[in-house]
Design a protein around this ligand. Structure first.
Ligand code: HEC
Ligand code: HEC
Ligand code: HEC
Ligand code: HEC
Ligand code: HEC
Length: 398
């Protein structure tokens, strides 16, 4: 968010001037060192005033020199943050200037974004600009001098590089007291077992190719089924004719699973199949941030929303589920699905419309036979002999 709003645009304008100087005099002293003060004399030359470049021109310059990062960014959801269909549908329902601050940070929030800002969403400038320099990690990747000022800091390799956009409040209103988080990935990360790692350690792995070493700029997660499947280890056991226990463990996830947008959720589903393979009983449960329905009328509606229960996965957890009416001789199937909810139905979550979903794991539990072999007096309900098939379960869990 460093480049959003009026303040952000002023910074970009100053940086643009600086860049023109550096690009024109690539060897000039000061252009490879952290930003100094504005070069006032050159800033006021007529040429700088006549053709002040735009964020578009500056971003195009970044892309021209850093082709590997640019190629990945062009295909990323960061670049598509405003133009992608899921956002567009949601923005059409709720066209608030507030949304544009992150999804089209180069636009004036009070106006419909101009073509370039709408098509380029979160740009190189959105993440990389600080004051008049380009933010970078502490360690230079090569000995080659940079033709522009760099602001190197340890923070840029940490969660702080992603703050502002990935943790923020609802706009304060009667419903939402100040401090009510709309997204809270940084808080979740700080509470997780991975708080020592930066977001980039997981989301921007180092890549070595013919352009040399660079960090992955694709940020491809919610549309990447193999990555999502690898993030969950799941197994199930049958506890009775109509009852099973799902054991779910997030694998190397540095925050809640799922995190991010407030409508993301995991669907846990169990179904009983009769001898012909047809479903006759079942149950569904959602792991999500559960925003309760608002009271419709009367004085109660003036109160803030009630507390929001949140049962998203943060650690290994067991879930018992019952499919009422299921018979011991029939198969039980189970499934865990990652869902991006498009339009939420508060009263019937199963009727919410989805923007997309990925099955993370599923399996079948054969007929329940507690006394099949040598029933033991210690464990009368022992589920031995139960067959567990879990597609999507990963072996490489480290
Ligand atoms: C005229 C070419 C040119 C332009 C334009 C340019 N860069 Fe660079 N940049 C370089 C060179 C050369 C280096 C130093 C060698 C290297 O790391 O590639 C560098 C270094 C960097 C680094 C530090 C790399 C490290 O060692 O950690 C970052 C980050 C960076 N540039 C980002 C940007 C961004 C963002 C933009 C646009 C605002 C931009 N650059 C515009 C050529 C350019
Ligand atoms: C200027 C604001 C901004 C900054 C800074 C920012 N992001 Fe994002 N990020 C977004 C927006 C907006 C989206 C959502 C795009 C969409 O789905 O519409 C997003 C999406 C993502 C996604 C999800 C992609 C998916 O597949 O759903 C990941 C992962 C991500 N960002 C990681 C990061 C990390 C890591 C950092 C810090 C290095 C970072 N972001 C910095 C605004 C930002
Ligand atoms: C969502 C935020 C984000 C966006 C958008 C982004 N970068 Fe980066 N970039 C980073 C972070 C964070 C690092 C440093 C990671 C580290 O080394 O810890 C980085 C590293 C770099 C580097 C250093 C070399 C490397 O790849 O390791 C260059 C050069 C660079 N980015 C250029 C660009 C350019 C050019 C664009 C636009 C085409 C861009 N970045 C868009 C966050 C971003
Ligand atoms: C230990 C590795 C790790 C760290 C650290 C980490 N993430 Fe993730 N992240 C993942 C994995 C794995 C997923 C896919 C599973 C999921 O969706 O939660 C993911 C998913 C996401 C998503 C997609 C939203 C969703 O859940 O559908 C966003 C956005 C995101 N991370 C942002 C961040 C940010 C911002 C940080 C730093 C504050 C961060 N991550 C730190 C591993 C990590
Ligand atoms: C402070 C920054 C910020 C603001 C303000 C913001 N968002 Fe987002 N939004 C994000 C980030 C970051 C993500 C990515 C998280 C993830 O991948 O789960 C995101 C994701 C989304 C998604 C999921 C898109 C997808 O690709 O699946 C939708 C839809 C969305 N936002 C709609 C909105 C709407 C509508 C508003 C205004 C009411 C809004 N956002 C305001 C930062 C913001």
């Amino acid at each position: 968010m460093t480049a959003s709003g009026t303040h952000g645009r002023a910074i970009v304008a100053r940086l643009l001037r600086r860049f023109r100087l550096c690009l024109a005099f690539a060897a000039a002293p000061g252009c490879s060192a952290p930003a100094q003060t504005d070069d006032v004399s050159l800033d006021h030359t007529p040429s700088a005033l006549v053709s002040l470049p735009t964020p578009e021109a500056l971003n195009t310059a970044c892309e021209a020199c850093h082709t590997a990062e640019a190629a990945q960014w062009r295909d990323s959801l960061h670049r598509d943050a405003f133009s992608n269909e899921a956002f567009q549908r949601s923005f059409a329902r709720e066209p608030k200037p507030f949304c544009q601050a992150c999804h089209a940070p180069h636009a004036d929030p009070s106006q419909a974004p101009l073509t370039w800002a709408a098509a380029n969403g979160v740009t190189c400038l959105s993440c990389h600009i600080e004051g008049e320099a380009v933010r970078a990690a502490m360690t230079a990747r090569s000995m080659a001098p940079s033709p522009h000022p760099l602001a190197r800091s340890p923070e840029f390799s940490g969660a702080q590089a992603c703050a502002g956009c990935h943790e923020f409040d609802f706009p304060t209103s009667r419903r939402h007291a100040a401090g009510h988080r709309m997204q809270l990935t940084l808080t979740e990360h700080a509470r997780s077992g991975y708080a020592e790692l930066g977001c980039a350690d997981c989301h921007m792995p180092a890549i070595f190719d013919d352009t040399g070493r660079h960090r992955d700029h694709r940020f491809d997660v919610s549309r990447n089924p193999p990555l999502l499947r690898a993030a969950l280890s799941a197994s199930a056991e049958r506890l009775g004719p109509d009852k099973l226990r799902l054991a779910l463990t997030p694998v190397a996830v540095g925050h809640a699973l799922p995190t991010g947008d407030l409508f993301r959720r995991l669907e846990l589903r169990v179904e009983a199949l009769d001898a012909r393979g047809e479903r006759y009983a079942g149950a569904t449960r959602y792991l999500a941030r559960h925003f309760p329905a608002r009271p419709r009328t009367g004085p109660a509606s003036r109160r803030p929303d009630p507390l929001e229960p949140d049962d998203r996965l943060t650690t290994a957890t067991g879930f018992e589920m019952v499919a009422p009416g299921a018979l011991a001789e029939h198969t039980l199937t189970w499934r865990v699905t990652y869902q991006r909810v498009d339009h939420r139905d508060v009263h019937a979550p199963e009727r919410s419309t989805l923007a997309g979903e990925v099955i993370l794991a599923e399996g079948e539990l054969a007929a329940y036979e507690p006394t099949a072999y040598e029933p033991s007096a210690d464990a009368p309900g022992s589920p031995d002999g139960v067959e567990v098939v879990a597609r999507g379960q990963t072996q490489d869990e480290d």
